[in-house]
Write a protein that binds this ligand. Structure first.
Ligand SMILES: [Zn+2]
Length: 495
């Protein structure tokens, strides 16, 4: 059976797709919520102001660096998600935006190697909610827009849904914080008015009760049925995945509960599938989020404590280019009060020109390019932000025609860091390395006799890079990674 369909609404288009967090995953998620709720240590009351929760976007691209989502879209997306969480005192801040060049992840983050690479990165970077952005969320289920993996605790998104509609990833972050679908139990089961409504579903051998409309219905002498059935919340009305295929925000279908009472689902609940209608979480859902945040498994989100940085209120001023008339163009602008980062974007003719679009994440207020194409019109803009003030403040696009030149940044050092090689089995292994700038890194593998058995040049882009390779034969090898300034070496086990 095809899992679930939903259409996430955006300002201009209705999009059809699904959340890939399936019934089995929702069972794990709901069980965690219930365990948190039973834990007297996890008070939902807290004093003080807004909690700032770190988010890292891992923007994957093909091995050659092409196809990546735009940095600016991370700001637009998290700004929209923050609107959805504002009323519960939660705001997400940008821990980092990282490049990740790995075709396995980019082409299919749900594939064996894609998922293995993601899990490896996630485990080494347990300091934020890790969102992995790829060309699609699941290569074998093209309708999946995004999902949360409860086993491994990361989120994956199709790059097209890192956008100004925060509900796609706001919903996945809801899963991350222990919220099941309001229609939990019906992910893989289509409600049919012509057959009696079942009393329960079975998932992985566990019974999941079907929810009734009546909020006062008792499950036992001291427990309400709505506290035990489906998502476990009494303030999210019974929903049998009625958003699927329903056009509109006021459900008028024929669904009835096992007592024959017509259903009246909450179409605006973010954990439902009325995707054109999503607006809010219920109070019990918010309490569950607060408990999950308070739980020890979320400790990695809490240190260092992030507080609100002073707000960035304006776009950069005096954005201008300076040409030396020979081979370089310097883009520069005035520092914006409170901004700690700038996103510089440019492309030929227009910023919508994806084929020539380039972008840089900068801490400085200028950058120099030395090989723009000659006689070509370029459009560019710059955006200011800081970690907690991230709704983008951008200049309008500025255009100029380049008289003389051709593309590379300068003013960067060649530092590499965090290099490691990890075996994946079947003689495959993973090379991780962070670079301060795009550069070529020499990779060499030697057998135990010291004979060179493999060599290649790895093309690194600035940020985090990852490569998957395999050896022809099992064995123990040594490897070396080097540029002109640095060298890393270690053992490599191919098995
Ligand atoms: Zn979902």
């Amino acid at each position: 059976m095809i899992l679930v369909f939903l259409s996430w609404n955006s300002l201009y288009a209705q999009i059809i797709g699904s959340c890939g967090t399936d019934a089995a995953a929702n069972l794990d998620i709901r069980n965690r919520m219930m365990a948190n709720r039973e834990d007297p240590q996890l008070s939902v009351y807290r004093s003080g102001g807004t909690i700032y929760v770190p988010v890292t976007y891992w923007l994957s691209a093909k091995n050659d660096g092409t196809g990546r989502a735009r940095y600016i879209n991370c700001l637009i997306n998290l700004c929209a998600i923050n609107e959805l969480y504002k009323d519960q005192g939660i705001q997400f801040y940008i821990k980092s935006i990282n490049d990740l060049n790995n075709s396995f992840i980019y082409d299919d983050p749900s594939s064996q190697f894609g998922a293995a690479a993601i899990i490896n990165i996630h485990k080494k970077n347990l300091n934020a909610i890790n969102i992995f952005v790829a060309s699609k969320a699941n290569g074998s289920s093209p309708g999946v827009l995004a999902f949360y993996s409860p086993n491994d605790d990361y989120i994956v998104s199709d790059l097209n849904y890192v956008n100004s509609n925060g509900t796609t990833l706001g919903h996945e972050i809801g899963h991350y914080f222990s919220l099941a679908h309001t229609f939990f139990g019906w992910e893989a089961d289509t409600y049919d008015c012509t057959v009696p409504t079942p009393l329960e579903h079975f998932l992985n051998g566990q019974r999941v009760l079907v929810e009734y409309v009546d909020r006062a219905k008792q499950y036992s002498s001291n427990k309400l049925h709505c506290n035990v059935a489906a998502d476990g919340f009494c303030d999210t009305p019974a929903d049998y995945n009625l958003g699927f295929g329903f056009n509109g925000c006021k459900y008028s279908g024929c669904a009835k509960d096992p007592d024959d009472v017509p259903l009246d689902p909450d179409e605006a609940n973010i954990m439902s599938y009325f995707l054109n209608c999503l607006k809010y979480f219920s109070q019990e859902q918010k309490d569950a989020i607060a408990r999950d945040y308070a739980s020890s498994k979320r400790n990695y989100l809490k240190t260092p404590v992030q507080t609100a940085l002073p707000e960035v209120t304006e776009a950069p001023k005096n954005a201008t280019i300076v040409s030396d008339g020979f081979n370089s163009v310097t883009f520069k602008w005035d520092a914006v009060p409170n901004a700690t980062y700038y996103i510089l974007e440019y492309a030929q003719v227009s910023l919508s020109n994806a084929a020539t679009y380039k972008t840089f994440l900068l801490k400085r207020t200028d950058t120099t390019l030395t090989n723009l194409n000659k006689g070509i019109k370029y459009a560019w803009r710059v955006t200011a932000f800081n970690a907690t003030s991230l709704c983008p403040k951008s200049t309008n696009p500025i255009t100029f025609t380049n008289s003389n030149f051709g593309v590379a940044t300068q003013d960067h050092e060649n530092n590499i860091s965090g290099a490691s090689v990890t075996s994946l089995g079947n003689t495959y292994y993973l090379i991780d390395v962070s670079a301060s700038s795009s550069q070529i890194l020499r990779f060499e593998v030697f057998n135990l006799d010291g004979r060179l058995v493999h060599e290649e040049d790895l093309q690194l882009s600035a940020g985090f890079n990852q490569f998957i390779r395999s050896m022809d034969q099992n064995g123990i090898y040594t490897y070396r990674l080097r540029n002109k300034d640095q060298s890393y070496s270690g053992k490599l086990f191919a098995y």
